[in-house]
Each structure stands twice: as C-alpha cells, then as structure tokens.
Write a protein that binds this ligand. Sequence first.
Ligand code: GTR
Length: 333
Amino acid sequence: MTSLFSPRVSRTCLSLAAAGVLLGASLSAQAATWRGWNVHPDGYPNSLALKSFAEEVAKTTDGRVEPKVYNNGVLGDQPDAIEQARSGALDFGNFNMGPMGPVVPETDVLSLPFLFKNVEQMYRVMDGDIGKRFAAALAEKNLIALSWFGSGARSFYDTKRPIETPDDVKGLKLRVMNNDLYVQMVDALGGNATPMAYSEVFQSLKTGVIDGAENNFPSFESSNHYEVAKYYSLTEHLIIPECLCVAKSSWEALSDADQRAVRTAAENAAQEQRQLWAERVAKSRAIVEKAGVKINQVKDKAAFQQRMEPIYQAFTDKHPELASLIEEIRQTP
Ligand code: GTR
C-alpha cells in the first residue's frame, strides 16, 4: 500500500481541497438540510455535542445549512453509516475510528491495543500534525474529518468472571467492533472474538450468544449492557478517537465562508464533548456500581500488553510504511 502520509500525496490533497473550494463557491446559494448519524441516545456526551453543532451551524450559516441529528443509530449500523456518508447518502456523522479501519487502512494504527498512554495524549496527537494526516487519509475516502471526539478507554466486561490476567479471557466469547485487529486482539488472549453491530450486543449478552464485550463506561451504561454483564475489568486496552465527519459531497457544496462556519462549530462541539465526557465517565461508573457490577482493577496490565506484541509485529510487516507513525505517536508526550 502506498503511504498517504507521504509529502507527494499531501500535495495532491491540497490541490483537491483547492478544487473543492472553487466548486463550493459556485454552489453556495442553495440551502441544505443535512442528515447526521449518531449511535448514541439523547443525553450522551456525543449527542449533546452534536446537538450544539447542529444549532451553531444553522445559526452561523444563516440557515443555509440545517443539520438534523438522528440518534440511537436509527439510520443504520456504524459500518453502513460510514459507507452512506462516503457516498453522500448521509451528510455527516460521529464515527469511531475502529470500524473506520476497513475503509481507511491508515486509521488501523489507532486500533492497536495500548497505543496511547492515556486519553490526554490521544487528544494531543489528534489535535496536532498527526491528526491532520489522518484527516487527509479520510478525505481520500470522501470523509472530511472536522474535529476529534474522545471515547475514553475501553475495557472488557462479561457475564462469567472478573478478568484479572490474560488467562481469564480464555474461552470467553467476546463481541468486538467490526475490525480484524480486534479479532486478533481477543485471539491473542485466548478468547473467541465475535464481530457484531453495537445494536445487537444487549440481546446477544442476554441470550448467551456472547459472554461479554468491551467498551468505555458511558457506553457500557447507556446501552444497558451492565444489566446483564456484571463483571467490568479495567484492562483499558483501547483508546480510540472518533471524528465529526462530513460527507465530501456535502462539504464541497458549501461556500468558503460556510465551510469555515461548519468547521468552527465542529471544533466547538469537540471541546464540549470532551468536557462532558469526563463527567459522564464518573456518572456512568457510579450507576453501574450501584446496580451491582463488580469493577476490578487489573493489577498487571503489562501482561495484557505483552500478548499484543505479535499483533504489532504482524501489522508493521503488513504496513511497513506505518511503522514510523506508530513510533511518532508513542513519542508524543
Ligand atoms: C462506542 C462508540 C461507538 C461504537 C460503540 C461500539 O464507545 O462511541 O461509536 O463504536 O462503542 O462498540 O460499537
């Protein structure tokens, strides 16, 4: 695969962007209702931030763009929604970089377990030059990433037992998001990975089709998975950014000034989401604990991390051009 992180391709991106500005200028007069995808329910940090985004855009474009957010994944499961946004059937969405991997291979770097030291480091990476390079890779696939949301750290939860060491994962059927890297991750721990849409997880836990899954506290709580899965183990193995992404065709239909207004609203929304996130983590954790979920500290996270080494090896063998990017991320303070 040629690297989208090379200077040659960046120049191509710039000229495409310039062409987009010209095209946008000629189409700016039309008003547009934008349909936006969101998997989360009302009141979730992302939903609140998307609501603010929609209101700000309507205001600052003087109604030329009227975004409408559809919550709870009613417009489809995430991999479908990503495709819809790429084709312009949807105008925008808040997408996780996990299910983005099959579409934009560069973003798979962000799905490598234990890549980031913590959420703050992830924000620093995504807000800097590296984030811009990921945005350029997404743009090549018709998605304009305007800002980055957080989604905390993901940990395993299940209906059977606390996970304290990698061996506790052995034999557990665990739902993962749609990305082969997560299958490799669960395999490396001796579990059985089941890729599945988020919308199916609750029922599958209930009927025993799966024994567990992995997610952050707000999703574990708001999806009600905690009603069934009573063990939450703080492995914190994945910290994955999410984008507020606009379909390229919708973006290019905007005037230069409206593009600036939409970008500013997206950046403001990310700031709001990140702030609300921190509060929601504490709140969700309290809710699940009160409901009887046993939260266990994982004392030896390094043991889990060690099991991931072959995944890194296989990844950089397959994508040698991305090895330096992994290193750059790790070196970011
Ligand atoms: C959530 C994330 C969603 C979705 C979901 C899942 O934390 O915000 O975009 O990826 O996890 O596990 O499918």
